[in-house]
Design a protein around this ligand. Structure first.
Ligand code: C5P
Length: 227
């Protein structure tokens, strides 16, 4: 099983670097999100790249098209492997994010967030969205039409995303919990092997690894389960 697991470094700088030094860049990639990027900025990306890690910059851009264009361009300048935007930012914003990568010879993969895996049907209904499945497919269709490379979606959405939009269109899946581990704040979860079975290309697995007493072993156990 190739390098399929992405580890979110939702940690402070010291903890993130300590964890990265325990893990092998040949078997996992690193995700830098709002917490670590806000506290430590681009230097943490550079340091992890020097250690050989591919970086998914998970800042989920969602703003007016020009702002997202510049933000995605800045992310690509940092040499990250993957970057993302919210599909709900709309067609013009998605097209601008794609256009931002036009002049890069080796651009990052550009991924759209559909519906956060922490949102349950009830919490979606609170914000006026009554059909979760339709919403995921509608946003995925928009992202594909605008030329993005794939979506972030839950494992249970992955099979229909692949069926409707093709095997090549990437599915990046958070909300992964090995059986028996705590759900934390996630709602729509699946085990690593279910996610692989559903067709996920990359699994984002955080606290079951980062919160483990032995993160290296926890990662190896997950690979054992999926291979
Ligand atoms: O610790 P855990 O495995 O829940 O971490 C999941 C990671 O995936 C977090 O960094 C979170 O920001 C991210 N994420 C998510 N749901 C999405 C998109 C990203 O949980 N739809």
């Amino acid at each position: 099983m190739e390098n399929k697991i992405i580890i979110p470094l939702d940690l402070d700088y010291q903890e993130a670097m300590k964890l990265a030094h325990l893990l092998d860049s040949k078997i996992c990639r690193m995700k830098i999100g709002n917490q670590l990027f806000t506290s430590s900025g681009p230097k943490v990306i550079k340091e992890l790249q020097q250690d050989g890690f591919d970086i998914f910059l998970d800042l989920k851009f969602h703003d007016i098209p020009n702002t997202v264009y510049e933000a995605v361009k800045s992310a690509a300048d940092l040499g990250v492997w993957m970057v993302n935007v919210h599909a709900s930012g709309g067609k013009q914003m998605l097209e601008a994010s794609k256009k931002a990568l036009e002049h890069f010879s080796n651009p990052p993969l550009l991924i759209a967030v559909t519906v956060l895996t922490s949102l349950s049907k009830e919490s979606l209904s609170d914000v006026g969205l009554d059909n979760l499945d339709d919403q995921v497919l509608r946003l995925t269709s928009l992202a594909k039409d605008c030329g993005l490379d794939g979506v972030v979606c839950s494992s249970s959405d992955t099979a229909s995303v692949k069926r409707e939009f093709g095997e090549e269109f990437l599915a990046v899946t958070p909300g992964i919990r090995p059986s028996g581990s705590s759900l934390d704040d996630q709602s729509r979860v699946s085990t690593p092997s279910e996610a692989i079975k559903n067709g996920s290309d990359y699994l984002v697995i955080g606290r079951p690894i980062t919160g483990s007493a032995d993160p290296k072993r926890a990662l190896e156990e997950i690979y054992k389960e999926i291979s």
